[in-house]
Design a protein around this ligand. Structure first.
Ligand SMILES: [Zn+2]
Length: 593
């Protein structure tokens, strides 16, 4: 399946597309970064309000001026990494942006010091547009060390704690697994064997899980040493940077308060029964008494193949968004008309999907490999939701106010998936189709809201154990993982014994300075289910509220954004709205049985 319409047009991002012109533009980017450095380095501490405003505006202009050329090079490479020009430009843009970043890295550090010394500046009316941006910098300031220390940490981390992450990734990707498929023993790398987890053949799914985790468990000493080192390093850094808890740093990065996460997690714990009810229904649909771990995200056995051409998929998605709001529907169409979506399947193309905001063009670009399956149109609807977020945000905000916290960044995208669900359900006549759609959306909800919560419990329990003086060897970490997992699943799922090694393969646990990556997924999922519930309750009145929320970008905190909807996200009442929506989908599924 391919046509010109499925290939994006990147030429809109730049004035000239010939490589020498692109290179020239990259050189001028580094020059401008150095000019900013020469003008401001070591001088930010003395700026008055007016001068500070000038600096902030210049920083934003800098981003807008060179955003297109950066995107052009990076997107071209992600679309085809075998293309020689793309390779050269990718290399050039990485070098240039590293130089530009190095030249301007002092700005936030010096800004933090300026604001810490003059906190009232944050509230100065002349800086009103940047108020929340400055609040976020001020919140980070007390945890920053001196410039020399910060540089030393970056330098030492590269071959220190960050090396564990690389080691875990390299070790995992170079493992091979022997598995018998249709009477023949095959040796598969990790990246290949995991695709068998989705196989319609239940025995094969079981065997793939059994094989992978049994083998990964044999290297427990490797994984445990790595995860223990990353956790211990983090606890030392928390002490050095005066973070109150191991979660504090991520709360600051995500623009949240502890109370919010406490109420979110409490809501999850109160509702594990609801998720378990779905898992029982899914078992019933699969003709089983109980699901095993390798059935959790498996396709339903009676699921009808739902295939779409590019045009058919486009029609469904445009209709889903237009039914919600005509302006949004028009922007979705524009993404297709202007050829901002790359759907063609080709060699050398990056796997997965993403949406890159193009603030200067008040638009976005999407990459995916479109094979016409139901999952592909869900992916497209999801990425188009990100694009709508960028359409609204870039029209209302400067780049400094469009650094959206990962908790809010998925609002447009998950909401779009729900709009598509509504549309597909309204068209589905056979019950098998309805079941496939509902299972799709509930599997995703279950994984993001509940399964990921187990990972939050797990991560927290490792820090608690270290604090208590426990030594995290492989078996101890495995026990912590099983305990965390059971808090979510109870006895609703049968686990293979080797699944106690599930934590070994998750790259996020090993990424230095990226602790508690997990709860934003839980937040985003339940937040959007709650918003969708409000839409169902309030009807059309809600549409402008959602558009305002998306248009706010990062100019307001998630807490403020919810307050404008008359909800308090530190209160469980709000999160229960999301559960109510999940319950409605589960009820709908039950009715089909
Ligand atoms: Zn997304």
């Amino acid at each position: 399946m391919t046509s010109d319409e499925m290939v994006w047009d990147l030429s809109q991002l730049v004035e000239k597309t010939d490589p020498p012109s692109i290179q020239k533009k990259l050189v001028s980017m580094v020059d401008e970064a150095n000019r900013i450095r020469n003008m401001y380095h070591d001088k930010i501490k003395d700026l008055n309000t007016k001068e500070l405003l000038k600096l902030l505006e210049r920083k934003d202009e800098f981003i807008l001026e060179f955003e297109g050329v950066n995107m052009y090079c990076l997107l071209m490479y992600s679309a085809d990494s075998t293309d020689n020009v793309a390779k050269q430009l990718n290399d050039a843009v990485r070098k240039a942006s590293m130089k530009a970043r190095q030249a301007t890295a002092f700005i936030d550090i010096e800004l933090g010091k300026l604001l810490a010394a003059n906190p009232s500046m944050v509230k100065d009316p002349a800086l009103a547009e940047y108020e929340h941006h400055l609040e976020r910098i001020l919140r980070k300031a007390p945890h920053m060390l001196s410039e020399t220390e910060e540089r030393l940490i970056i330098m030492k981390d590269r071959n220190g704690i960050s090396a564990w992450q690389m080691f875990q990734g390299d070790w995992l990707s170079t493992r091979t697994f022997d598995i018998e498929i249709e009477g023949e023993t095959r040796t598969l790398p990790y990246g290949k064997i995991i695709s068998l987890y989705q196989s319609p053949d239940r025995d094969l799914r079981r065997l793939a899980n059994q094989t992978v985790y049994k083998d990964l468990g044999k290297d427990e000493i490797v994984w445990a040493t790595a995860i223990r080192s990353v956790c211990k390093d983090h606890m030392q850094m928390c002490e050095l940077r005066s973070y109150a808890t191991p979660m504090t740093q991520s709360l600051i990065d995500n623009d949240l308060e502890q109370k919010t996460i406490d109420s979110l997690i409490k809501t999850i714990e109160k509702n594990v029964g609801l998720y378990q009810r779905y898992l029982h229904l899914k078992a019933q649909l699969m003709g089983l008494d109980k699901l095993a771990n390798y059935d959790l995200v498996a396709p339903l056995p009676n699921a009808q193949q739902m295939d779409y051409t590019w045009e058919e998929g486009r029609k469904e998605i445009e209709a889903a968004y237009t039914q919600f709001d005509v302006e949004i529907g028009r922007w979705v169409s524009e993404m297709f008309e202007k050829r901002h979506i790359d759907g063609e399947v080709r060699k050398g193309k990056r796997s997965g999907a993403f949406c890159a905001s193009w603030l200067a063009g008040k638009s976005a670009y999407i990459l995916q490999s479109f094979n016409g399956k139901m999952g592909d149109i869900y992916t497209q609807a999801h990425e188009l939701g990100h694009a709508i977020h960028a359409y609204l945000g870039s029209r209302a905000q400067k780049p400094s106010n469009y650094e959206v916290s990962s908790c809010i960044a998925e609002t447009g995208s998950i909401f779009g998936e729900l709009l598509l669900t509504e549309r597909l359900l309204s068209e589905a006549e056979e019950k098998e189709k309805k079941q496939a759609i509902l299972a799709w959306i509930l599997d995703e909800f279950g994984m993001a809201a509940f399964q990921v919560s187990a990972r939050v419990f797990f991560e927290q329990s490792m820090y608690d154990a270290i604090k208590q003086g426990d030594f995290l060897d492989g078996e101890t970490v495995a026990e912590l993982w099983v305990a965390a997992r059971n808090r979510i699943y109870g006895d609703s799922v049968d686990w293979l014994d080797v699944m106690k090694w599930e934590w070994t393969m998750k790259p996020h646990y090993y990424i230095a300075n990226y602790r508690f990556y997990n709860y934003p997924y839980v937040f985003a999922q339940l937040f959007v289910f709650a918003l969708y519930r409000l839409y169902k309750e309030q009807g059309d009145e809600f549409i402008s509220k959602l558009k305002r929320l998306l248009a706010a970008g990062s100019s307001k905190s998630p807490h403020q954004l919810a307050t404008e909807l008359n909800y308090d996200i530190t209160d469980e009442t709000f999160w229960e709205k999301g559960m109510k929506q999940a319950k409605e989908f589960i009820d709908m599924l039950e009715e089909t049985i």
